[in-house]
Design a protein around this ligand. Structure first.
Ligand code: ADP
Ligand code: MG
Length: 481
């Protein structure tokens, strides 16, 4: 629990997302995850003398995609900068990144908090290359280095210091992960490290305008850890401030076993990265045509669809369920090409169909029940030919078994078609009344609640096929005589 009292927490997040390009940012090396260590490392990725990097156009396209989806301004004139530092997993001795001119500037990502919608302001999104990976737990005496990741394209999404709680940070990272997946630019897999987050945290007295001294918690590898680390930091800092201690600028790490953070190093005065324009790469200019091409190819975004679904009079809950991922939204949109009954589609998609897919571990994309088939079932229910419960419990499993058969035909073959023939239902009603004369008498004396019992009996007799509306009507008619 965060009890900040007279303090306000200030948080800025840096999210690194690995782009799903097939090759690295500046070489043709594969980016496939999980390959034999150090098998995807060419001389270019190592910057051996005589090699020259070339920029991967797909990576540029992807960062612009993300920038447009986040309402950023796109920089037309771009160059890369060398960020020099020494680290064992950085074979070149520098990282190619962007410095003063990120490709995407400003923008925001909207989150829905309990208190309402907040636009989390972005400072920038830039393109850079990843470093290799140091593995400390493979060998007792040595740290092992895998350079397969060195040179894989990353985007770094940096917020302004405008987030004020661990919960907001949690929602923000969740939203960013949803967006990168939606756009197909990153798989968003935090366990495999394709999405990583650094959290910068400070506190200040409420009402204060200047920022407090921050600490940076590095490499948070799950959204839960982002939240836990920030919660812990805020508490730690408030505690220090209350004791009159000075908070020093630090880089910290999170320990997921204890949900605490510990200091890695105190930050020196200023970083000494000696940035300079990358001399081996020519600056690149983006044409309007290129940017417009990307803009026009953008899929409908979750926020826009969410608003559209509210307009269709779906609840906020339904709208957010449908826009949870792109496969779900696309499926919904496709069913709507065949039926206008949006609410019925949602009920199926959040109810029986979802349940069935969960059992198979499948997504809507892989659903064997095709959108058109679902629409057919909904149409049959609307027309009174099928009851929802029979469709869900008996027809749906058969549709999964026989995905190519028309559900209308399946329902007939399985003898599931609802009976709305008056004489047939009347016969069942008659039978029920004859079977329970005492109850009928009680009903006639005023115990109207018994109608449910009679309905249940007709349902049993008809094996659920009696049209319930007609059944009620006929029962009421007969009982009032
Ligand atoms: P650095 O040079 O240390 O990386 P930046 O100014 O580039 O710092 O900011 C990095 C991140 O830290 C951004 O997300 C920014 O919003 C955040 N940030 C900067 N100052 C503070 C602060 N005092 N408190 C919390 N977050 C901050
Ligand atoms: Mg930083």
């Amino acid at each position: 629990m965060e009890n900040t009292g007279k303090y306000e927490a200030v948080i800025g997040l840096e999210v690194h997302a690995q782009l799903q390009t097939r090759s690295k940012l500046f070489s043709g090396d594969s980016t496939a995850f999980g390959s034999e260590p150090n098998t995807q490392v060419s001389a270019i990725s190592l910057a051996h003398p005589g090699t020259l990097p070339r920029t991967n156009k797909k990576a540029v396209e992807y960062v612009i995609k993300m920038g447009l989806a986040c309402h950023c301004e796109i920089e037309r004139f771009n160059y890369f900068a060398r960020k020099n530092y020494f680290y064992p997993d950085l074979p070149k001795g520098y990282q190619v990144s962007q410095h003063t001119t990120p490709i995407c500037k400003g923008g925001y990502v909207s989150i829905k908090t309990a208190a309402g919608k907040i636009d989390v302001q972005l400072n920038r999104i830039h393109l850079e290359e990843d470093a290799g990976k140091s593995i400390h737990d493979l060998d007792d005496d040595y740290t092992c280095i895998d350079l397969n990741r060195a040179g894989v394209p990353l985007i770094e999404i940096v917020t302004e210091p405008c987030i004020h709680s661990a919960e907001e940070a949690f929602l923000y990272v969740t939203e960013v992960r949803k967006l990168v997946r939606w756009l197909g630019v990153c798989d968003g897999n935090m366990e495999e490290g394709s999405l990583r987050c650094d959290a910068n945290v400070s506190i200040r007295l409420k009402g204060e305008k200047t920022l407090g001294t921050k600490v940076e918690v590095k490499n948070l590898n799950s959204i839960r850890n982002v939240k836990k680390a920030i919660e812990y930091e805020i508490e730690r800092m408030v505690h220090m401030a209350e004791k009159g201690e000075t908070i020093v600028q630090q880089t910290r790490s999170f320990d997921a076993d204890t949900d605490t953070t510990f200091a890695l190093r105190d930050k020196e005065e200023a970083n000494d990265y000696r940035y300079f324009p990358e001399p081996d790469l020519t600056p690149f200019k983006l044409t309007e045509e290129f940017i417009n091409g990307i803009k026009h190819a953008l899929p409908a975004l979750p926020e826009a669809l969410y608003q559209k679904y509210l307009q269709m009079e779906l609840s906020e809950y339904d709208a957010s369920q449908l826009t949870d991922d792109k496969a779900t939204a696309s499926y919904f949109e496709e069913v709507l090409l065949h039926t206008n009954n949006a609410k019925a589609v949602v009920n199926w998609m959040t109810g029986p169909l979802r349940q069935m897919l969960n059992e198979e571990g499948a997504s809507f994309e892989q659903s064997k029940v095709r959108p058109a088939a679902l629409a057919t079932v909904i149409g049959m229910i609307e027309a009174g030919k099928l009851s929802f419960s029979i469709a869900a419990s008996r027809l749906l499993p058969q549709m999964l078994q026989n995905p190519s058969v028309d559900p209308a035909e399946l329902a007939i073959n399985l003898n599931l078609i609802q009976v709305s023939d008056t004489s047939e239902i009347e016969a069942w009603v008659q039978q029920v009344m004859e079977k329970m004369p005492d109850k009928v008498a009680e009903y006639k004396r005023g115990k109207k609640g018994l109608i449910g019992l009679f309905m249940g009996e007709v349902k049993k007799l008809s094996k659920g096929k009696a049209d319930p509306k007609m059944t009620t009507q006929l029962l009421e008619e007969r009982l009032s005589k």
